[in-house]
Design a protein around this ligand. Structure first.
Ligand SMILES: Cc1cc2nc3c(=O)[nH]c(=O)nc-3n(C[C@H](O)[C@H](O)[C@H](O)COP(=O)(O)OP(=O)(O)OC[C@H]3O[C@@H](n4cnc5c(N)ncnc54)[C@H](O)[C@@H]3O)c2cc1C
Length: 338
């Protein structure tokens, strides 16, 4: 295991921000993690675990140790009549896990195809897309507590999953290194095509037996059309969460903006697409200096190349302020600001 000093993180965050960390190490397994964290020089240093850096905005140099896992094992660990349990190490690229499951016709994560990043980060914000969330297929995870290096196990309820949220963003923020995630997948997949655009695209296939492979391919195609590729244009996906409001608040807003979209979350709560709110404030496609809002998806802040974190933060604050003024709604950021 090599420990780099004064290491640039530019290649390790999809915004492409050029900051340095004091120490950087890539680790293959739990032994290397414990060996690394036992070193006296890191005892009182801040620690940051990263995966693909696709949900991070670095705002300054990190005066501590950055750990990136490069473990890559995926196994079908057990099965019963209905379900297969697939275990993936934290360093596995998320989409490779999706392909592993799709190719074995194990249903549950095909709607989450092509989400950037690694498996270890998936539980952090309970990744979700196109009508599916990790929590619906999550069985458990293994990890290491950073303070005492003890092995830990978390069940789904232990993780306290919420909308783009979990215990790892709250009381256990920066306390646990997730090393392995175990998913419970359906051996007899039920397609989740509740999202209109997926259904529209599937109907174009004019096929009777739609498979999870078809769903995965369509999700990839939609994402490639709609979202900027971080290799070409720096971004971290949706910068903001979609606000969830009460039906009463929603009806009040709808009386002012009749075209206001909303997705029913429960009998009392409606989710509003933040992209719609941002677009209505005139930000879509707008460029300010080196940064801007993507032309096809108003939820995505982009870095045109030489953007500074301050420019992104300034734009973020401007959006929050304008949406608040116009709709009286407080946007919450989804991206981890470090
Ligand atoms: C183009 C694009 C599209 C996206 N679309 C979606 C989408 O549809 N749905 C969605 O939910 N997200 C989406 N995202 C956001 C992002 O891909 C996910 O949040 C992903 O899970 C982040 O993985 P990562 O490995 O890059 O994590 P990183 O960005 O490296 O880290 C994210 C957070 O997790 C922590 N972390 C990472 N790994 C570990 C670990 N092993 N143990 C403990 N903590 C850890 C980090 O400290 C950080 O706080 C998108 C991003 C981009 C760029």
């Amino acid at each position: 295991m090599q420990i780099h000093q004064n290491y640039s993180l530019k290649k390790h965050n999809t915004f492409g921000i050029d900051v340095c960390c004091k120490y950087y190490a890539e680790v293959k397994n739990e032994n290397e993690i414990t060996q690394l964290l036992s070193e006296a020089r890191f005892k009182n240093k801040s620690k940051l675990i990263i995966g693909g850096g696709s949900n991070i905005l670095f705002t300054k140099d990190f005066d501590g140790l950055v750990i990136n896992q490069i473990s890559n094992r995926i196994i079908l660990s057990s099965e019963d009549e209905k379900y297969a349990f697939v275990s993936a190490e934290a360093g596995v690229i998320w989409h490779e896990l999706v392909l592993f499951c799709v190719n074995k016709n194990l249903g549950g994560i095909e709607n989450l195809s092509l989400i950037p990043g690694k498996v270890g980060a998936a539980p952090i914000q309970n990744i979700g897309a196109y009508g599916q969330e990790l929590k619906n297929v999550f069985h458990s995870l293994k990890g290491i507590h950073i303070d005492d290096l003890k092995a830990v196990n978390f069940s789904s309820s232990d993780c306290k999953f919420g909308y783009r949220d979990s215990i790892f963003k709250k009381e256990l923020k920066s306390k646990i290194i997730i090393t392995e995630v175990i998913l419970r997948l359906n051996k007899y997949p039920e397609l989740n095509t509740s999202y209109g655009i997926i259904e529209d695209e599937l109907s174009k296939l004019k096929k009777d037996n739609i498979t999870i492979k078809n769903v995965s391919d369509i999700v990839c195609q939609i994402r490639r059309n709609k979202l900027p590729d971080p290799q070409k244009l720096g971004n971290a996906g949706s910068f903001f969460k979609n606000p969830e409001i009460s039906i009463e608040e929603y009806n009040l807003l709808k009386s002012k903006y009749s075209e206001l979209p909303g997705l029913k979350v429960s009998d009392t709560v409606i989710k509003i697409p933040a992209g719609w709110l941002i677009e209505k404030c005139g930000f879509k496609g707008k460029r300010i200096g080196n940064v801007g809002i993507h032309e096809k998806q108003a939820l995505v802040i982009v870095n045109y190349g030489n953007g500074k974190p301050e420019e992104i933060l300034k734009l973020k604050n401007k959006i929050i302020k304008k949406v608040n003024l116009k709709f009286n709604l407080e946007l919450q950021q989804e991206v981890n600001i470090i």
